[in-house]
Design a protein around this ligand. Structure first.
Ligand code: CA
Length: 247
């Protein structure tokens, strides 16, 4: 996030977006729409320079095309996740359902199919930046650490521990867990989770929730039982695991 002075002299935070796209036509389209929405935009035309830029520029959001020369978008995302927790929106071809699932599995937060509306992309970036982490400046929450079984979560510092060991979650995984942990034992429907974590502005697929729950389980579960219980045809709840996990 960059801080700059607006025309009235007030300090404003400017969201920095890294666009990774090799097609000039898409680059121009994205530059125009993201800049006019007030975002600071940096570009990378291939995977290698995307990773360098992500490290040097520390973007808040990465808009990542899947089809890139050299290392592809999936691999870029996988490597990005080893050092960055920027939000990642993946751009995929219309019929790329498998690509989308792989993208989410390696830590993308969201995806859009080409061709897409730049207006919708701008709206999604804005929605991501409105997520609860923006309340980090609200320092009231000293006692808001939550504990369920072996799981401990601090919403203020956005840290998570399992059995006393810190685990590294993406922003989306954290938001998902932070939502579930607010009401342990309550069943959240997929629609509720989509609304809480991704925002209610768009139609989203259940896959988005399923894949992120699977990623989250991979990071927080120890042994055979899951802290997140699937409730068939309904949704998920967080519980001190006492029953075998089913999907
Ligand atoms: Ca491309």
């Amino acid at each position: 996030m960059l801080t700059k002075t607006d025309h009235a002299g007030a300090m404003v935070d400017q969201t920095k977006v890294l666009v990774v796209e090799d097609t000039a036509e898409f680059q121009q389209m994205l530059e125009a729409s993201l800049s006019s929405a007030g975002f600071s935009v940096v570009f990378a035309g291939d995977g290698e320079s995307a990773l360098q830029s992500a490290e040097a520029d520390e973007p808040d959001v990465v808009v990542l095309d899947l089809g890139l020369p050299g290392i592809d978008g999936v691999e870029v995302c996988r490597r990005l996740r080893t050092f960055s927790d920027a939000y990642v929106i993946m751009l995929t071809s219309r019929d790329g359902e498998v690509d989308r699932l792989i993208g989410l599995a390696v830590g993308a937060d969201d995806y859009m199919s080409k061709p897409f509306s730049t207006r919708e992309l701008v709206a999604r970036v804005q929605a991501l930046m409105r997520r609860p982490r923006q309340r980090r400046s609200d320092m009231s929450g000293k006692d808001d650490v939550r504990v369920v079984g072996s799981l401990r979560l601090n919403p203020s510092s956005r840290q998570t521990w399992v059995d006393g060991l810190e685990v590294s979650l993406t922003k989306t995984e954290f938001d998902l867990l932070n939502t579930l942990i607010q009401r342990p034992d309550m069943v959240f429907t997929k629609e509720m989770l989509l609304e809480q974590v991704w925002g209610s502005e768009w139609e989203r697929s259940d896959h988005l929730v399923q894949v992120h729950v699977a990623n989250l389980r991979g990071k927080i579960d120890v042994g055979d039982t899951s802290l997140i219980t699937s409730v068939r045809s309904v949704g998920y709840r967080l519980a001190v695991a006492t029953e075998p996990t089913s999907n």
